[in-house]
Write a protein that binds this ligand. Structure first.
Ligand SMILES: [Zn+2]
Length: 175
């Protein structure tokens, strides 16, 4: 039902993106982020298997589990990163809900700030370069720079990592 308001098509930002057909009011629910619920060890293995093919879609539930939008997922997995996002995501009853952060005009692309946490020693950081074009673009999808030190959650180990404080998004589309 919700997804009828949305369409997936080629994005000027990157690859495919998700757009609204009609104007949306700030605070409106847009779509749930669907997919298979897995734990981090499984997500890390899939990340390394799929990264070579260019697509992984993980959303951290913040409780040790991850939603894999690449398995049984919906349009939400195509929402691109933006440094000045018009959407926000939060965890509700073990599900990821994406809502409008502000009023969104008809035809606008939905953007989320991924705030990615990755292993900076082993991951190819070029994969996470941001080209969203907003005035506040920080040139990366990673959670860096504009946060106070206390808010940083350095990644450890290998593969994608969430901060453990709510919804973090991992989506890599290097094709
Ligand atoms: Zn940006």
């Amino acid at each position: 039902m919700q997804s009828r308001r949305l369409t997936v098509r080629r994005s000027p930002v990157h690859g495919r993106g998700v757009f609204v057909h009609a104007a949306v009011a700030g605070g409106d629910l847009l779509i749930d982020y669907l997919g298979e619920v897995i734990d981090w060890p499984v997500a890390t293995r899939r990340y390394h298997e799929r990264a070579a093919r260019g697509h992984t879609f993980f959303f951290d539930l913040g409780d040790g589990r991850v939603i894999d939008g690449g398995t049984g997922g919906n349009e939400a997995r195509w929402i691109n990163h933006g440094c000045d996002p018009n959407c926000e995501a939060y965890v509700e009853d073990g599900a990821i809900v994406i809502s409008a952060r502000r009023d969104i005009a008809a035809g606008e692309e939905l953007l989320l700030d991924y705030q990615l946490q990755v292993d900076r020693d082993t991951d190819d950081l070029d994969l996470y370069t941001c080209r969203c074009g907003s005035a506040s673009c920080r040139s990366t999808m990673l959670a860096v720079g504009d946060q106070p030190p206390a808010a940083n959650h350095p990644a450890s180990g290998s593969g994608p990592r969430g901060s453990g404080s709510g919804a973090d998004w991992t989506s890599i589309d290097s094709t």
